[in-house]
Design a protein around this ligand. Structure first.
Ligand SMILES: [Zn+2]
Length: 312
């Protein structure tokens, strides 16, 4: 139990936990990653450290966002809220090394009114066009998720990632030059109490990128602009915190370093890591267990032992 409230469970380790450390030598060169989020603050909180790691290891990364963030921002104007969040996402993408941002533009908090087959078709198109090998997103079946944008996004990705590899789905795509392409690896985010994880990623070498990603969220969430606000408040009281530095961006990042990293410390603690993010990793082949799949070797072995001559 690592929760501050004894009635709220901690996250749930499943199986043998794999620890992923920084790898030198760009072992992922040539591979393509997509992070699929619903809102501007999802990637910063749940996977920014791992994105920085995978990009550093050679991945080409794309950011796909399903909603337009129209409900979450500091002003009453919906149009202004959408624009401000888009600007924040551009900064986030730059800070983490994403090649491009793709906005699907569905309405914030109402993703469950969109056609599931349309979202899936758009994702299949992107998986094939960009030849995406690895996706990180919401766990589509994670308990206690209260935001429909989150589980609808996760479910659309889950279906699209294997369907994109089937040659009879979307037969119009080959006419546009697209070939079937399967996403082979998934890293689902572990966000709510009780949700499972089997992989812990050491993000200490990427802490600056993690902080920069969280700081990009000036318009929504509890993260991005609190440092500068605290600096202003203290100034009115005739005080200052030297750690917050002299300019606003430094104040925001140092505030996060001081107060915004507790969860990542607690996630890393049982594994001897200073800061970590955790995921439910699904390997190539998807969610089937190995025992469901009949192996050719087993069939051949059975034939060798049991087959008899036709005329016997
Ligand atoms: Zn969200």
């Amino acid at each position: 139990m690592n929760s501050s409230n004894p009635r709220v469970p901690w996250y749930t380790p499943v199986g043998e936990i794999q620890i992923e450390h920084k790898q030198n030598g760009k072992p992922n060169t040539g591979k393509v990653l997509a992070a699929v989020q619903a809102h501007a603050d999802d990637i910063p909180f749940f996977c920014a450290g791992m994105i920085a790691k995978l990009v550093d290891e050679g991945y080409t990364a794309y950011l796909i966002q399903t909603t337009n963030d129209e409900k979450c921002g500091p002003t009453s104007s919906i149009g202004d809220t959408i624009r401000r969040n888009e600007e924040d996402i551009d900064v986030l993408a730059k800070n983490l090394g994403f090649q491009k941002v793709i906005h699907l533009g569905y309405r914030n908090h109402f993703l469950d009114e969109a056609s599931p087959t349309e979202i899936r078709a758009r994702l299949v198109y992107l998986i094939r066009a960009l030849k995406i090998d690895t996706i990180t997103t919401f766990n589509p079946w994670g308990h206690w998720e209260e935001n429909p944008d989150h589980y609808i996004t996760g479910q659309a990705v889950e279906a699209a990632r294997w369907m994109a590899g089937m040659d009879k789905d979307y037969p119009e795509h080959p006419i546009c030059g697209l070939s079937p392409h399967t996403v082979s690896e998934l890293y689902y985010w572990t966000m709510r109490p009780g949700q499972p994880y089997n992989t812990v990623v050491d993000i200490e070498p990427y802490l600056e990128e993690k902080i920069a990603a969280m700081s990009a969220n000036k318009s929504q969430g509890p993260a991005g602009a609190r440092g500068r606000r605290l600096k202003e408040k203290l100034k009115l009281q005739g005080k200052r915190l030297p750690e917050l530095g002299d300019d606003d961006e430094t104040a925001d990042r140092e505030f996060l370093r001081l107060f915004g990293l507790n969860e990542y410390k607690k996630i890393g603690e049982p594994y001897g890591l200073k800061y970590a993010e955790h995921f439910y990793y699904i390997p190539p082949g998807g969610t089937f267990t190995g025992s469901l799949m009949m192996s050719d070797i087993d069939v051949e072995k059975y034939i060798a032992e049991h087959a008899v001559d036709l005329n016997s």
